[in-house]
Design a binder for this molecule. Structure first.
Ligand code: ADP
Ligand code: MG
Length: 702
């Protein structure tokens, strides 16, 4: 026991250039200066950077590293890296191992092949990566290759953000600035910094690699484009939290070890609702570190899966008919003095700081619901949001009984009491009475208050957590700035707070919904309340450039109008490209695998009909089978022609919004038709001839 524990503590963070490593390896004055840089008090000087770089290099080389890289997050939503070795040849034919402060701080990748939404053209290839010193440098072992990774932001020659980190860092500054103003106005002058915290729960599927390799749709599109439902799905509710299969448990064990080495605090693991679906959650961290760590988590899941003969599917909807995967972004605000600003305490009604921050989030989410919705709008996520699955596309907030009651009291004028939870007795003398929470949970809400944080559940499983998080940071910063204005301009703080909260509780009561978000009544009710319900990704992305969104990003210097427009275009293009790849993959599989299999089978049936009839026996059943197959083959071949035309037509459209609209309106329905005919064939074609592994095999065979 003790030995195992000692090992984990040794492993954890062993590949991170952490605070502890810095304290050990840096001269005291350099360490102190760098801490001030991290706290935003001082700028990083070239002298400090040089000493830091040298210490990092020595540390990395001791760990076997030969290369370093600036690790950044372009708009693909993935990460990017270009490795440079530490070697610096000498005239005598030997080599020194060198790494300067300049190389640490700045990289200069040729950036013309990353999506930029028109912000840069190919002949202007220069881009910069800039070290984000708030996210620690780490070492990654990929096979025999050991490399030092420097988390970085990525921008164009003219300083426009081309990535997912720059706006995140800017939004953190905005949030910090406005939160401090509010806290100061409320009389708290000891807090120096406020940070967003994030704990993303990551859902994923694992299937055997044998099946994956036989499915071009999984290989190229990450999801199944064909597949009749398995006779058994998730209806038994027996997978969620079920006992871990030994092969899965071994996989998880190795994932944890790899993540712990990188300082990622993998904490929770369990089976999810759908068969073959699982979840991993870390202990939360500040938003940008958590986002970097989530990228490492997704990469590690994929990498370790292969080692175990699995493939990890991170797509939002790899299989139709069973649950898809999301990422629950747990988000809160913490001060440098360790206060969670969204912790209600025992008597939230008299916790003024909590109520102000809670109400700020409520107002931000209601006011910018469309922007929040757009932050999770992708082709993959479209199969979840609003498509008979959790959560719906309508943004609403779950507050729970206790806080909803207080919210009501605020609207009426003043909050005077908090309902208490009490005790839960199970009527079994040997079990202790359990303290009961003052509110139940709600699993269906897209944006739920869960004890001392909000949980944004609309985020897609493949998505970077950056977008949804920097949107949340920015819109909350904006409302905090409004509140700070009020508080700073009025003498009586208590009276002003009461007035501000009353206004918020009255104006935004409509966004609070504690009921079942899946039921059809809610859609009707939400419409009555005037809440938007934007089901389609394209429609949602088209709201990004609405005036209030451009304004809010501009006010807080998170994204300029040009940067925002580039992002909107990139997202629309990504929608079209994803759908285009799916459609072309579908055509290839339908033409080269499914139709031929059906033709082979119908040929066999034809032969059988001939020989059986020749033997003087009725071939009625065979004839019926052949007719059924032939009818579906006719549908499939018509579907193929129709899809091909739809792809050609949509592909020819120039404007990216129009094109994305065409992919949604013509290509997706055409894909559905092809799938319908093919899935019909799957159910009746000889299993030995069927070319694709089935849902039952992929979901249930381990
Ligand atoms: P559940 O599935 O019950 O919602 P999990 O334990 O799977 O809960 O995940 C909860 C996540 O919320 C964890 O990543 C946890 O670290 C994170 N979390 C807890 N407190 C905070 C906080 N103050 N800020 C951000 N995330 C938090
Ligand atoms: Mg969970």
């Amino acid at each position: 026991m003790c030995e195992a524990r000692a090992t984990i503590t040794e492993i954890f963070g062993s590949n991170v250039f952490s605070d502890a490593v810095m304290r050990e390896r840096l001269p005291k004055n350099i360490y102190k200066s760098f801490k001030k840089v991290l706290d935003g008090i001082e700028d990083l000087t070239p002298a400090v950077a040089d000493v830091l770089a040298n210490a990092m290099k020595d540390w990395a080389i001791e760990k076997g590293a030969t290369h370093y890289c600036h690790w950044f997050q372009p708009m693909t939503g993935l990460t990017a890296e270009k490795h440079d070795s530490f070697i610096s040849p000498t005239p005598e034919g030997r080599t020194l191992m060198e790494f300067s402060g300049k190389e640490l701080i700045r990289g200069e990748p040729d950036a013309s092949s990353f999506p930029s939404g028109g912000l840069r053209v190919t002949f202007e290839a220069r881009g910069y990566t800039a070290w984000d010193c708030t996210s620690p440098v780490f070492i990654k072992e990929d096979g025999k290759n050991i490399t030092m990774y420097i988390p970085s932001a990525f921008c164009s020659y003219t300083g426009e953000a081309l990535d997912k980190k720059a706006p995140m860092l800017r939004s953190m500054d905005a949030l910090n600035k406005q939160a401090i103003r509010v806290l100061n106005a409320l009389g708290n002058t000891s807090v120096r910094r406020v940070m967003g915290t994030l704990g993303p729960e990551q859902e994923y599927f694992l299937i055997d690699r044998r099946f994956y390799e036989k499915r071009l749709d999984l290989v190229l599109a990450g999801r199944t484009l064909f597949g009749a439902p398995s006779p058994r799905g998730q209806e038994m509710d027996d997978h969620y939290f079920g006992t871990l299969h030994e092969r899965i448990a071994s996989f998880m064990n190795e994932v944890n070890t790899e993540l712990w080495k990188l300082g990622v605090s993998a904490k929770t693991q369990h089976n999810e609702v759908s068969p073959a679906q699982y979840e991993l959650a870390p202990v939360f961290a500040t938003v940008n570190v958590a986002t970097d760590h989530n990228q490492l988590t997704m990469e590690t899941l994929r990498k370790v899966a292969i080692r175990h003969g699995f493939v990890c599917l991170l797509h939002e909807k790899p299989f139709a008919g069973v649950n898809g995967s999301g990422k629950h972004n747990n988000w809160s605000l913490v001060t440098d003095t360790g206060i969670n600003l969204l912790d209600p305490g025992l008597t939230p009604h008299d916790n003024m700081v909590f109520l102000v921050f809670l109400c700020a989030v409520v107002r931000a989410v209601d006011k910018y619901a469309n922007l929040l919705r757009a932050s999770v709008a992708t082709a993959g996520n479209e199969h979840r949001l609003g498509a008979n699955e959790a959560p719906p596309a309508i943004v609403s907030i779950f507050l729970g009984d206790q806080l909803t009651d207080i919210f009501g009291q605020l609207a009426a004028g003043d909050a005077k009491s908090s309902r208490q939870g009490g005790e839960l007795r199970l009527g079994i003398s040997t079990l202790p009475p359990l303290p009961k929470d003052c509110t139940d949970r709600n699993r269906t809400s897209p944006f739920a208050f869960t004890g001392n944080k909000f949980e944004f559940r609309m985020v897609g499983s493949t998505q970077s957590t950056s977008g949804p998080t920097f949107v949340l940071n920015t819109i909350v910063a904006d409302v905090l700035s409004e509140i700070a204005d009020e508080l700073e301009n009025n003498g009586d703080v208590n009276a002003t707070v009461q007035k501000v909260l009353k206004k918020i509780a009255t104006e935004h009561a409509r966004i609070i919904f504690n009921g079942d978000n899946y039921c059809a009544d809610w859609v009707v009710e939400a419409e009555k309340r005037g809440l938007p319900n934007i089901v389609s990704t394209v429609e949602s992305l088209n709201t990004i450039m609405d005036a209030e969104n451009v304004a809010v990003f501009g006010r807080h210097k998170v994204l300029s109008e040009t940067e925002l427009k580039a992002r909107a275009d990139i997202l629309l293009e990504a929608y079209s490209m994803t759908t285009n790849i799916e459609a072309k993959t579908m055509l290839s599989i339908a033409r080269r695998q499914i139709l031929p299999a059906a033709a082979r089978y119908s040929g066999r049936l034809g032969d059988a009909i001939g020989s059986v009839s020749a033997a003087g026996v009725s071939a009625g059943t065979q004839k019926k089978m052949l007719e059924e197959i032939s009818a579906l083959m006719t549908d499939l071949s018509a579907g193929i022609a129709n899809l091909e035309a739809a792809v050609a037509k949509s592909g020819a459209i120039e404007d990216c919004a129009d094109q994305a609209g065409a992919f949604r309106d013509i290509v997706i329905p055409a894909m559905e038709k092809v799938r319908e005919a093919s899935d019909g064939l799957e159910l009746i074609v000889d299993a030995d001839l069927w070319p694709l592994p089935t849902y039952a095999e992929m979901l249930f065979v381990k």
